[in-house]
Design a protein around this ligand. Structure first.
Ligand SMILES: Nc1ncnc2c1ncn2[C@@H]1O[C@H](COP(=O)(O)OP(=O)(O)O)[C@@H](O)[C@H]1O
Ligand SMILES: [Mg+2]
Length: 395
């Protein structure tokens, strides 16, 4: 319900102004999906270049007492086009918060360059940084609202600090609260709001100064799955309608899958894998990415099957395959076609049919006759159909 309210609110003057100014730019082709995650085509032309560039960024926290120095970021290079939702996933201590703090200038890199909206953040003076941070919104896991201020006054705070007039502040805050679906809660204090509502206030506050970039550090980690989904939908709408570039830090693959265009996997301060979300899901190249993807529901080999799997085909009747299909191939009647064309029986043993953003995605465990797999045409046919195929064992 909250979500519907939020959707309707995109017809507010705030959004019309942005649309009229032509400020929306979808991610350029080849670097992200041409469609917004809700399936809408990008609204506008691509406005040149990357919104955020990290060029060979390293951060070393010096030794303290008996603690050795910590290399929190190691030679990180990332280019995020204007309008993209870029996810960074990693385990606790991997360097995620340090990365996001380097983007908003809270942390100065030991070496390397951080450019946001054409400005080299790492070279700014403190005063320059304060100014630049107004162009970068930030939302947090624990919301960071002021408990002594109402929802309205929390959203108004950045505008007060920027010296915006009371009348203009009021208009802007009311628009933002409408946008996040909280018009009726404007006089409530944080203690009177649910976690999801508090994060909606946090998002409205982050958008108050019209930032071109929104940074989210584990913003849904304190929320239940349902609320998480509604907050992610709101962020996707903000991205699609305002063209705000979003960098989203998380340890949960569901968050990446839900709204990100591209993803970087961070481990021990390094980006060890990066790509379009659908590509990384279909062909993860590192064990870390595979384990994050494997943690999603429906990805593991079903327990009843796992107990019976054998490495050797000898004496088994079926070879068990894990098929991964992304995009168009995932919507095709592949299994029945193969069975008919090759005259074989195919057992459906488990899996998941889902979508990643707007793309259909299927991961299936199937059993095929051992002989049919050994012969080869089946393998060729699966490849031709765009399926990634792995043999997981025999039963
Ligand atoms: N201010 C700091 N001083 C010293 N070490 C730090 C500081 N901030 C972070 N670290 C260390 O840097 C590494 C990365 O931390 P962080 O970026 O917070 O990871 P994440 O957000 O992925 O959990 C950790 O080993 C952490 O202990
Ligand atoms: Mg962190």
């Amino acid at each position: 319900m909250l979500n519907d309210t939020a959707t309707a609110a995109f017809d507010t003057p705030l959004f019309r102004d942005h649309a009229a100014a032509g400020s929306f730019a979808g991610p350029p082709a080849g670097t992200g999906r041409a469609e917004a995650p809700d399936g809408r085509a990008s609204a506008g032309p691509v406005a040149g270049g990357a919104a955020i560039v990290l060029d060979d960024v390293s951060k070393v926290f010096p030794a303290r007492g008996s603690d050795a120095p910590v290399e929190a970021l190691k030679n990180v290079s990332i280019a995020i086009p204007q309008g993209e939702i870029y996810g960074v996933i990693g385990r606790s201590g991997a360097g995620k918060s340090t990365l996001i703090r380097a983007i908003n200038g809270l942390e100065r890199p030991t070496s390397g360059e951080v450019v946001v909206d054409g400005v080299a953040i790492n070279r700014l003076t403190e005063a320059g940084l304060r100014d630049q941070r107004r162009r970068i919104g930030m939302i947090f896991q624990h919301f960071n609202l002021l408990s002594s201020r109402s929802a309205f006054d929390n959203v108004a705070l950045p505008l007060e600090l920027a010296g915006v007039s009371r009348a203009a502040t009021r208009e802007k805050v009311l628009d933002l609260l409408e946008l996040v679906g909280l018009s009726d809660k404007k006089d409530r204090y944080p203690i009177e709001l649910s976690g999801g509502q508090k994060q909606r206030v946090g998002i409205a506050r982050a958008l108050a100064t019209d930032p071109r970039v929104l940074l989210s550090d584990e913003a849904t980690s304190a929320l239940d799955p349902e609320t998480t989904r509604s907050i992610l939908r709101l962020l996707a709408q903000v991205n699609a309608r305002l063209g705000v570039t979003i960098v989203l830090i998380t340890h949960e693959m569901t968050v990446i899958k839900e709204i990100c265009h591209r993803v970087g996997v961070i481990e021990a301060g390094r980006i060890i894998e990066e790509g379009r979300v659908s590509d990384v899901f279909a062909h993860p190249s590192t064990a870390t990415a595979r384990s994050f993807i494997g943690s999603l529901p429906g990805r593991e080999i079903p327990a009843t099957l796992a107990g019976r799997l054998r490495a050797e085909a000898t004496g088994a009747s079926q070879t068990v395959l894990r098929l991964t299909l992304t995009g168009d191939p995932a919507s095709q009647p592949l299994v029945t076609q193969l069975a008919r064309e090759l005259g074989i029986d195919i057992a459906l043993l488990g899996g998941q049919i889902d979508s990643i953003g707007a793309l259909p995605f299927a991961l299936l465990y199937v059993g095929v006759p051992v002989g049919a797999w050994a012969e080869g045409p089946l393998r060729a046919r699966l490849e031709a159909a765009g399926a990634t195929t792995e043999v997981v064992g025999h039963v």
